[in-house]
Design a protein around this ligand. Structure first.
Ligand code: ADP
Ligand code: MG
Length: 625
């Protein structure tokens, strides 16, 4: 039988994995046991839809056996098995190229969790074995086949003998080297511990023959060593167990074993609902953003069980989009087993559960925000954007659920604050919740538009993400306080500046109109600024669309034509205005030059492109010589 090569990229990935990716070698056993359990699940599903098939629970188990002399460890299952074709496709190609590309980009990070994302679990066997033999007989087939490989140099598949349907995986465990120990994977107590640690909730028995001390027959104090088959795993699903008996570690192990994420859970909650609907659920907030989270590829959903049996891996209907980051499972006795996807969407029970779960998640997050601020901020960094999308989406219909979970950077506190914290600090005379939008905190700190509001001692929320201003426009107000951009025409601040500005506006009416004519098509109007203190000019916008929003929309594929109604604001207190005035009175060319310079300066400050940079630098030269 000719030896076949692994697909090229599989080969590279395999070498990489064996040598570096996993730091804990012991997880190979979790991988192989999970595969065995999956294979039994598959038979179970088949039996559900096939009336001819009977599923006797006792017939399905996973067997672990060790032979120290030949250094072999065998993992057998009575699962669905693989045909020769399936051996080829399932074990011959390791990962899709997209996943490999991702891995390569992240090569620098030593993250041993990451591998499972690619469905390459099986190959972890090569971390501890230098030969792997898979003998399998598929359900409904009389023939068996054997797959054999020594690692990166390829594999062979040939016919074999196997009496029962299922799969035997035999690992020839590596010899100890100077730096690495492998003998432990041939020791019963070590294997037992690994199974307990990772695979305790596997729903089928994991059996293993072990040595135990038993009193000798007919004797009270003499013992003998006998071999006895034990079931190592407890099998009771974690969500059925008493919360008080469970530790944080149990939940974390569950999260890892279930492959909910390749990080650690930041927070979890174990729900037992007994009311209109009866269900158990464990919900996790992941610690970090999955690499595909903000892409179309990401699929939200919770595992759905009916009475302990998995009926759907990712039930999307259980989670609103804005909580799509939540991982976990729901088990309900009220759902029927053979329910189809279409029926589920209309299932009244499921809708009730979903509603219930939504409020559990909300209160879990709110609790974190109130009591574990540091964790909440970590969460918010990873998924805050999703909450803001939630506020914005579906015409703002979820805003009441989400507004209290939002955080923004505060000019005063120099950290993230909630809207309710902001409002509670508002002085009586402050009418609005002020915000400033820009690329970064540093950029906004320097925005001339913030001066007047900051000078009044009012707090400003910094919007640094594209979505921020759109979300806030959807909210409109919070606790009856309206949101106001610092660049808005009416800041609601009544003071001297207000009167002075309207006075100056009247005094310089012609000059301003002349400027406006010169900037025809570029700005909607030229006005005396009420907000500037030390800067000569700035841009603001009239109407609903702000300059920041214009930038965001312009960056979108079909947003090319939107225009904010821009206003060029002039600080009449600034020395530059005197020069401008002088030029207006005596030198038309100079006035034109100054007008364009000021306009371009305002564009620069706003982070907008200058239409003609060459002309701009020429203009500066004109002023200098
Ligand atoms: P994943 O489990 O993430 O799909 P693995 O590398 O662990 O990736 O396994 C690859 C595939 O090989 C599985 O999806 C399954 O189809 C098949 N497989 C592995 N082990 C077994 C087994 N014991 N019985 C049946 N099929 C198996
Ligand atoms: Mg697997």
């Amino acid at each position: 039988m000719a030896k076949k090569q692994f697909k090229a990229e599989s080969k590279r990935l395999l070498e990489m994995m064996i040598n570096s990716i996993y730091t804990q070698k012991e997880i190979f056993l979790r991988e192989l046991i999970s595969n065995a359990s999956d294979a039994i699940d598959k038979i179970y599903y088949k039996a559900l839809s096939d009336e001819q098939m009977v599923f006797n629970k006792e017939d399905y188990y996973i067997q672990i056996s060790v032979d120290e002399a030949s250094r072999t460890l065998t993992i057998s299952d009575t699962g669905i098995g693989m045909t020769d074709k399936e051996l080829e496709t399932n074990l011959g190609v390791i990962a899709k190229s997209g996943s490999l590309a991702f891995k390569q980009e992240n090569e620098a990070q030593e993250d041993h969790h990451i591998i499972g994302q690619f469905g390459v679990g099986f190959y972890s066997a090569f971390m501890v074995a230098d030969e792997v033999t898979v003998t399998s007989r598929a359900l409904g087939s009389e023939e068996a086949y054997q797959w054999f490989s020594k690692g990166a140099d390829g594999y062979t598949i040939k016919p074999a003998e196997k009496a029962e349907v299922g799969t035997d995986i035999v690992l020839k465990i590596k010899e100890n080297t100077e730096d690495e120990q492998y003998d432990e994977f041939l020791q019963e107590y070590r294997l037992k511990a690994i199974i307990k640690k990772y695979s305790d909730f596997i729903r089928y028995p994991i059996k293993m023959e072990v040595s135990v001390q038993k009193p000798k027959e007919g004797s009270e104090n003499e013992f003998e060593t006998v071999r006895e088959e034990q079931t190592i795993n407890s099998m009771v699903p974690i969500w059925r167990r008493n919360k008080n008996e469970l530790t944080k570690e149990d939940y974390t192990n569950f999260y890892n074993e279930k492959r909910y994420g390749f990080d650690q859970p930041l927070k979890y909650t174990h729900v037992r609902a007994e009311g209109a609907v009866v269900y158990n659920a464990i919900l996790f907030i992941p610690e970090s953003t999955p690499f595909d989270y903000y892409t179309k590829e990401y699929e939200k959903g919770l595992e759905l069980y009916s009475n302990g049996v998995l009926i759907m891996e990712k039930c999307a209907d259980l989670l609103p989009d804005y909580f799509s980051f939540v991982k976990g499972m729901v088990d309900s006795e009220d759902l029927s087993l053979n329910i189809s996807r279409e029926m589920l969407q209309h299932d009244r029970q499921l809708k009730l559960i979903a509603k219930n779960i939504k409020s559990k998640i909300k209160s879990m997050l709110q609790g974190m925000l109130n009591n574990e601020r540091e964790d909440y901020e970590k969460f918010y960094k990873a998924f805050g954007r999703q909450l803001k999308y939630g506020v914005y989406s579906e015409y703002g219909m979820h805003k009441d659920d989400l507004q209290d979970l939002l955080l923004f950077y505060s000019s005063k506190e120099k950290k993230l604050v909630s809207l309710s914290e902001y409002v509670s600090r508002m002085p009586e005379e402050q009418k609005y919740i002020y915000y400033a939008a820009g690329e970064s905190i540093e950029r906004i700190d320097k925005l001339p538009q913030t001066e007047r509001v900051a000078d009044k001692g009012f707090e400003i929320l910094y919007f640094t993400e594209d979505i921020d201003e759109f979300a806030i426009k959807m909210l409109q107000q919070y606790k009856e306080k309206e949101f106001r951009s610092v660049s808005s025409g009416d800041l609601g601040i009544e003071d001297e500046a207000e009167n002075k500005a309207s006075e100056a506006e009247g005094d310089n009416k012609e000059l301003l109109e002349k400027m406006q004519t010169l900037l025809e098509g570029k700005v909607k109007s030229v006005k005396v600024s009420k907000r500037l203190k030390s800067h000569p000019v700035c841009l603001s916008a009239e109407g609903e669309l702000s300059i920041e929003m214009e930038k965001v929309l312009k960056a979108m594929p079909d947003g090319g034509n939107v225009q904010a109604d821009k206003v060029l604001e002039i600080n009449v207190e600034h020395e530059v205005f005197q020069s401008l005035k002088a030029a207006y009175a005596s030198d038309e060319e100079k006035f034109k030059l100054y007008t364009h310079l000021l306009y371009n300066q305002a564009l620069l400050i706003e982070g907008l492109p200058i239409q003609d940079p060459v002309e701009f630098t020429n203009d500066i030269c004109k002023v200098m010589v």
